[in-house]
Design a protein around this ligand. Sequence first.
Ligand code: HGY
Ligand code: MN
Ligand code: MN
Ligand code: MN
Length: 399
Amino acid sequence: METVNQLLDSIKDVGRDAVRGGYSRAVYSTAELDLRSWFIEQARQRGLDVETDRNGIIWAWWGNPQDGALVTGSHLDSVPGGGAFDGPLGVASALAAVDLLKARRIQPRRSLAITAFPEEEGSRFGVACLGSRLLTGAIDVDKARNLRDGDGNTFADVARANGLDPRHIGTDPEAMARIGDFVELHVEQGIGLGAHGPSIAVGSSILGHGRWKLSISGQGNHAGTTLMADRADPMVAAAQTILAVRQAASREPDARATVGRIIPVPGGTNVIASRVDLWLDARHPDDAVTARVVEAIHGRAQRVAAEEGCTVTLTEESYSGTVHFDPGLTRSISAMLPGAPVLATGAGHDAGVLAGFVPSAMLFVRNPSGISHSPEEHVTDEDADAGAAALADVLAGLL
Ligand code: HGY
Ligand code: MN
Ligand code: MN
Ligand code: MN
């Protein structure tokens, strides 16, 4: 029986990013497709029946697919330059938990499915949890079809190239009926468990979070022939906007706001950009505070853009309000894991999307530094195995 980290070890070279470090496993990239094959192979080795649904979600069944089943899983895609555990830990731990349940000769009273959701990070098409949003109908299907990646490919085209029929993506009531309860195990992204905490925590809620695109347009020009007084340089307005992001979020306790992605167009060293696109990620437990932070940023961006002779447009790309996991399910799980603290998280998850539709809960596994979305993300062998054992206990208690 392989340990969790041995399972993860078998994919440790899939999607390594030599430039950024860590892993870049965008949905439907070669790397993520390789991880899908790995998951399907691992599931089949355990006698699970595998199917991929209309939205590209992989379901590995222990028992016949049935309504009201117990479902656990996570995602295989990553952020650019991400860590080894965000997503795959939940899938590998579910495989290891099935091993443990079979070793304990547990006879499930209901079917169990392990799922892998596509595009949880939204790294390719810009909307996080795209797969679970499609499944639950939490995204307009035409908007989803027309999402574009950095090369201009639409989600519909990429989905079609990967065996899906874009006409059939979207709300899937049949698949939703099969989820009686959903439990996601995930590496902790933060320092709730910290350097010395217990191995496991139970999730309580997910911070409201959204993504906005700011496009600042100016006058593209030659870097050597345009006098400083004659410029309308969107990079200058963008720089001041990014400072405004830090200031606006720092004024609101518990708010977080980040610009992690900025694209100058055309992006030449000797070229004054004509446009700069930057993406804002803003989060807070209270939707009104998030709106206040975004508004403050947008107002400042408009002012600095005007001073620079530029214009700015703001587009909301996605938003999810704060989600509380199912109190009954979370209570039962806490009772099965004495000593496991209950923690809120600032990270979004498919369990957060599903929580709006079916009883959902999360387990977090200690990450000593708390660093995530980074190659430094880490889970020790002991904690990883404690996570799989805890998941097995929880599944046994719910099966
Ligand atoms: O962005 C998030 O919170 C998650 O990792 N997708
Ligand atoms: Mn994740
Ligand atoms: Mn993530
Ligand atoms: Mn020239």
